[in-house]
Ligand binder design. Sequence first.
Ligand code: ADP
Length: 487
Amino acid sequence: MLDSVRVRLTFWYTAVLTCVLVVLALTTYFVLRQSSMRRTDNSLVELADAFLTTVNAELHDQPEAGSLQNAVQTATSEHSFRDFVFLVFDQQNRAVVTSQDLPAQLLPTQAPPDLVQKFTDTAPQSSRQIRNVRLGGQHYRGYARRFLAEGQPYTLIVLQSLHTQNEFLEQVSGTFALIIPLAILLASIGGYFLARRSLSPVVAMSAQAGQIGATNLHERLPVQNAKDELGLLAASFNELLDRLDQSFERQRRFVADASHELRTPVAVLCGEAEVALSQSARSPEEYRESLDVLRKEAHRLKHIIEDLFTLARADAGQYPLIATDFYLDELAAECARSVRTLALAKQITIHCEAVREIPVRADEALLRRMILNLLDNAIKHTPQGGSISVACHRQDSVCTLSVADSGSGIPAEFQTHIFERFFRADKVRARTESDGGGAGLGLSICRWIAEAHQGRVELTSSGPAGSTFTFFLPLTSIAAEPPANRG
Ligand code: ADP
């Protein structure tokens, strides 16, 4: 039962409320008790003062000996209030005014002779004392005060019955005992319904989330109030679903495109092999031609599979960068040299320019792959007799490497798509030998390599005069010191 958040919330709410109410009730009870006690004490003191003033006045008016008893009786009858009792004791603790002298309804049944002792025991040095006393089963608040009359010491004790106060305090505690459990019961029922109501969107969300799977990933959780905490939770969950949906969609497209790209070379391989095998009498040249076709398609297949593998590892974050110190200008020159033969076949000239040395710290193999991809594309898309130039610069916090060709450029409508996976501007055209049979993955890999180095690669210009791709590498990944052994 405690597994339910609703029940736990109600339980905690009720527990806290109970503590608060109990503390409140106890505090109220003690404050009331204290203040009523203080009021009683004040009236006892005032009454004792008034009583003694009357006694003194009576003694003054009738100075003859033995008139104390008369004076006390006069004062007693003058100050006879309900619930108050006056007792006067002599030095030997004998009552000067006997119980018969006092109004019967005010008399504590049989004032014991040790009553004065009770007061003097508590504070023998003090001339006045206030304390609770219990006489004849009744509770009294008592005030004792010593005074001199006719040269003799006497003790006046004023008692006030605590019956009314106790009754009032009992009523208060009785009311609390009734109201607190009732309030707790009502609050816990209300708290449970409140918790149920507040958490109902969560229940709805979890029911909806439980129904969302790979097949209906486009469905979203209901957002009742986008500004409250549950609304924010639902919105965050929906954003997560958006990202998952996009990622699933990318994966689906990737798999579909990959199988499509792989199907063509495999079909060519099968077809060519079947043709070669179906004809019994073929010349060695014909076999050689068939084998050449098979070799080229197998090569293309290998290339696509390698690219797919690279991207799959990159997506899974399993392609660790191996950073080394090297010179970017030198790497660019090396790449340009390695594609020279390919370029010469189309009478394309390659210029490589670097104004100064550019030491960098990066993954050399990946940067080489990116530069070769850019050069490969440039050669593929530059007509016979054209030119390609590779330039390296270092500016402030960034170094750049650009590959510019004199090809026919990329149509404006395709420029925003060329970095997408499997995108080929010439997709509709039959794949020819001159386009190198690319699967549209080269620039995607370039973009991933650049981003893995916190940089970027862009098509900085493209038109009838050619295209320029630029790679920006931030200096944060550039070594401050030049590499130690420049070859
Ligand atoms: P591919 O492996 O097919 O070359 P890429 O991702 O490298 O794939 O390039 C995507 C598309 O961008 C190419 O099919 C081509 O249409 C276009 N492209 C890339 N580089 C150039 C360039 N230098 N000149 C003209 N078009 C280019």
